[in-house]
Design a protein around this ligand. Structure first.
Ligand SMILES: NC(=O)C1=CN([C@@H]2O[C@H](COP(=O)(O)OP(=O)(O)OC[C@H]3O[C@@H](n4cnc5c(N)ncnc54)[C@H](OP(=O)(O)O)[C@@H]3O)[C@@H](O)[C@H]2O)C=CC1
Ligand SMILES: O=C(CO)COP(=O)(O)O
Length: 452
């Protein structure tokens, strides 16, 4: 298999050297500097990145763009901010059949993933992600290391499986390519935060408190930005967040340590080190609504620190961490449960941590003149099976709401906006929110379809 690696820096060299262990792989680093190419080919070293390392004699290098036309697989091991320039310069030498593997841990302007950019720019779907808890300095020394492959077709996965045999590279895999891309970006952001925390507190208790909260925020971000929650359990998730946040080999964590100790000046244009996390905070922040940001106190604090060029990063534990548990209350009949119901329950739950749902009893429905298809007991069972719902209580009369709010220590009362204004009297006891209804679906509509 002919493998070309764009980038002969630390990571490109490390992974190339390891892939060269497999005698069926012809591995070539594509570099921009002729003297570096000669050094790799003749002296089998790349001293700028690994001063003490002799590389495999089987690892080659080139500066010749035409050579890329021979590739079966091309790996991208270049900083994300350079990708657009480099690919637009090389795209005429990259054939449609080649498998492109993105190793770079960043996103592009307007939140475009590198994968989506490559697909569009190279007019191909043959693009996959490969990210893991893998420091170059470890990989170059042959440490057993794992990556998550974010792929779409079996053929793509097979090709990777083939080239990693006989090496110390291992893989887990998912079809959630976007999740793999996002996690590789988010882990850098939170590694900066853990670095700051360690510099300021040097306390395992505090570190793991912030790390636990970081995982909760990463989970929210992953879901909001289109990834799958279960990808967090792969090596690109817990693995990469862990290695980058907790190890001083990480550049992002080191940046956090410098900020925490007061050494880092925001806006330092002279920096040559690849700091993917720094660039991505703003890009991710621009993608989020205010409602989502409110659920991400750690991320929001970091974003405002960089945006406002604050002099000192301070963790206000009371506001950042000791967020009081919020209870949300809503009411309904929930007859013939449908996706409009699920939508309102999901959005209600997002306003707090615990969702209580009052459902009208069969007797109360009679008072209201409502004809229900499903009994109270069955409707209760349905609702209890919904993951957003924590408690179901009976609603037997109109007047019970104030008492329910008090009994359940409710912070937010939520109803669909068809009730707008009707429950404003509850603002004396809690916040009152009217959520827009989901268009195109209602129980009335379902009943009329069933009647026909
Ligand atoms: N998938 C994974 O598990 C991992 C991925 N990474 C990612 O890999 C990427 C590269 O990181 P790393 O190797 O550590 O960084 P390095 O700084 O060590 O290397 C960067 C490479 O990119 C090249 N480069 C930079 N600018 C240009 C340009 N304008 N034109 C052509 N080449 C350029 C450099 O060339 P030159 O030497 O000539 O300056 C160098 O070869 C990052 O996105 C990083 O996040 C890192 C670790 C693990
Ligand atoms: O991605 C990495 C380890 O998996 C390297 O992290 P840094 O870029 O923070 O050094």
């Amino acid at each position: 298999m002919d493998i070309y690696i764009l980038g002969g820096g630390a990571f490109g060299t490390a992974i190339g050297n390891q892939l060269a262990e497999n005698l069926n792989n012809n591995v070539v680093l594509f570099v921009r500097n002729e003297s570096q190419s000669k050094e790799v080919n003749n002296l089998h070293t790349n001293k700028r990145y690994f001063p003490n390392k002799k590389l495999s004699k089987r690892l080659k290098a080139t500066t010749n763009r035409k050579a890329l036309t021979e590739a079966d697989i091309i790996f991208l091991a270049i900083p994300s901010k350079k990708i657009v320039d480099i690919i637009s310069n090389l795209k005429f030498f990259i054939s449609k059949d080649v498998l492109i593997v993105n190793l770079s841990k960043g996103i592009l302007k307007e939140g475009l993933t590198i994968i989506d950019y490559l697909k569009k720019e190279l007019s191909t779907n043959n693009v996959i992600a490969m990210k893991g808890p893998t420091f170059s300095s470890e990989l170059i020394n042959g440490a057993h290391s794992i990556f998550t492959i974010g792929y779409k077709t079996r053929e793509q996965y097979n090709r990777i499986e083939k080239i990693i045999s006989e090496t110390n590279i291992h893989v887990d895999y998912t079809t959630d390519i976007i999740g793999v891309e996002l996690l590789s970006v988010l882990k850098n952001i939170y590694a900066i935060l853990i670095g700051i925390t360690d510099a300021q507190y040097n306390s395992p208790n505090t570190r793991f408190m912030i790390l636990t909260k970081s995982f909760s925020e990463i989970r929210i971000l992953l879901k909001e930005l289109g990834g799958r929650e279960d990808s967090l359990f792969l090596s690109c998730g817990y693995g990469d967040v862990g290695i980058t946040s907790l190890n001083d080999l990480s550049r992002n964590r080191t940046l956090g340590l410098l900020i925490g100790k007061g050494f880092y000046k925001i806006g330092n244009k002279k920096n040559k080190v690849v700091l993917e996390g720094l660039k991505t905070i703003k890009l991710i922040n621009n993608l989020l609504s205010e409602e989502v940001k409110n659920r991400l106190p750690l991320f929001s604090k970091l974003a405002s620190f960089f945006e406002n060029k604050e002099a000192f990063f301070e963790i206000h534990f009371d506001s950042l961490i000791n967020k009081k548990m919020k209870t949300v209350l809503t009411y309904g009949t929930f007859d013939l449960l449908h996706y409009g119901h699920l939508e309102i329950l999901r959005r209600a739950k997002e306003l707090g941590d615990r969702l209580v749902v009052g459902i009208s009893t069969d007797e109360f429905n009679q008072v209201k003149g409502k004809n229900c298809q499903i009994s109270y007991e069955k409707r209760k069972e349905f609702l209890e099976a919904v993951e957003y719902v924590d408690l179901v209580i009976p609603e037997s009369e109109w007047e019970q709401k104030v008492q329910d709010v008090k009994n359940n220590e409710v912070d937010v009362f939520v109803m669909g906006d068809d009730w707008k204004g009707k429950f404003d009297y509850l603002t004396e006891y809690c916040d009152v929110v009217y959520l827009p209804r989901t268009l195109g679906i209602s129980t009335t509509k379902l009943k009329s379809i069933l009647d026909k």
